[in-house]
Design a protein around this ligand. Sequence first.
Ligand SMILES: O=C[C@H](O)COP(=O)(O)O
Length: 228
Amino acid sequence: MPAKEPVIILNYKTYTESMGEQGRKLTWMAMEVMKETGVRIVACPQLPEMYHHKNLDIEIFAQHVDPIEPGGHTGHILPEALKCAGATGTLINHSEDRMPADQIRKCVELCRKHGLTSVVCAESVEKVKEVAAFKPDYIAIEPPELIGSGIPVSKANPDIVRNSVNAVTDPEIKVLCGAGISTGDDVKAALALGTHGVLLASGVVKAKDPKKALYDLVSLIAPKTVTG
Ligand SMILES: O=C[C@H](O)COP(=O)(O)O
C-alpha cells in the first residue's frame, strides 16, 4: 500500500470525463501512478458508479454522505452503504454540496462510528476553526472563487492556507488545500505551507492527458523516481 503522507485526493465531481469507462480508466491511472511513485492518491468517483471502483488497490472516498441512520431517507446517502460500495472515507460539506454545521458534525460522528475517514471542506479560516471542533480526520480549505479556475490556492492565496494550518491546533487533524491545483509546483507549494496534501479535480479530470497530469502532480514530492 502507498506511503502514509502526503495525500492527493482526486475528486471526479460530475464531469463527463470521469464517468463510466473513462472514470474507471482514470482510477487505474491513479493506481499506476501511485504504485510507481509511492505517493498516496485517493480517488472520489461519482457516487452511482462507486461499485465499479471497488476492490482495486487504491483508496476510494465518496464525494458526499448524509447524516442519517438506516431507515426511510429516500435519495439520501447512508454511511453504511458507502462502506458496502467500497469507500473508506468521504468528503463532507464540499463547496458544491454545502450542509449546515450541525449536519457536518453528525456526518463526522457517523464516519467515526463506521470507520470512514472524514474530509470536511471549509471555505474560510473561520469555518476551518468551526469544523475543527468536530474532530474530522482532514479539513480541506478551499476558497470557492478559485475552484475550477486553474489558479492554485497555494500560490494565489497562501495566507488562507497558512492561517488554516495554524488555526488547527489538534495534531490529529490534518489540513489539506484545494482549488486550482494542477501541477507539481502547486502541490509542493501547498506542502511548504504546512498542509498534508491537496484536494483537486479539474486539473487532472479535464486534462488532455490525465496520466501525464497525475505524474506531473506528484513529480516533486515522490519518494520514488517518476518515469511517466
Ligand atoms: O474537490 C475539488 C475542489 O473543489 C477543487 O476543484 P478544482 O481542482 O477543479 O479547482
